[in-house]
Design a protein around this ligand. Sequence first.
Ligand SMILES: [Zn+2]
Length: 264
Amino acid sequence: MSESGPPAALLSMATERQYREQIVRYGHALHQRGFVAATDGNLSVRLDHNRILATPTCMSKGEMRCADLVIVDMEGRLLAGRRKVSSEIGMHLLIYRLRPEVKGIVHAHPPTATGFAAAGVALNQPLVCEVVIGLGSIPLAKYGTPGTPELTDALAPLVPQHDAILMSNHGVVTCGTDLSQAFMKMETVEHFARIALVTHQLGHQQPLGAADLEKLILVREKYLGGAQAAEREVTGSGNGAHRKKATGQRELTREPFRRRRVSQ
Ligand SMILES: [Zn+2]
């Protein structure tokens, strides 16, 4: 409203350019870290209530430029850009619909975390305190064919409570209040997957106990200002034990965290 400030249209154009640069930068970072191969993965940013800026289909994230990105509406229809929309855009739109506070999403196939997803094993054991504070548990969604409602149907029940989800026989999706947050969560998932793998190699896991988890929930509430507080949910006993799900997936009996959503 200020007469001295830049017109709103100019301001939003500048912001869109910055978002394009961010997507390109984090796309290159995904490629450099080996979190994607060939044309895998996709990234997006919510520009406003009806416009999503996203990576296009069939494009290496290591070679992408700002002009390659596409803008779609909330139904996935192309609004701007000369490339084609990714078939995985539906996953992004689902998350933006269910989580109004989410502004950035990263989907990738980091090898260790994707290995867990291909083995049917969730990363939901409280093995590392920082991961419990930052992410809570990382659940495993049922398999769904990419680019179909099967995939979004599998993710939908988990999206409201989790910022990072393993997708069976596929990869990982993370979201955040901006793209940088979503990217760092992807890094955390892969880093934690490597740690969890070492515990499997050592043949022993020592998950945090209930009393320590309670303390971490308090730290998490303080750290996140209460807006994204965690709530512990213990669905079974016996640390490290597994049970067979009806779906055939293995899930750890201890599912320690469920986020309590607080409307903002
Ligand atoms: Zn994928």
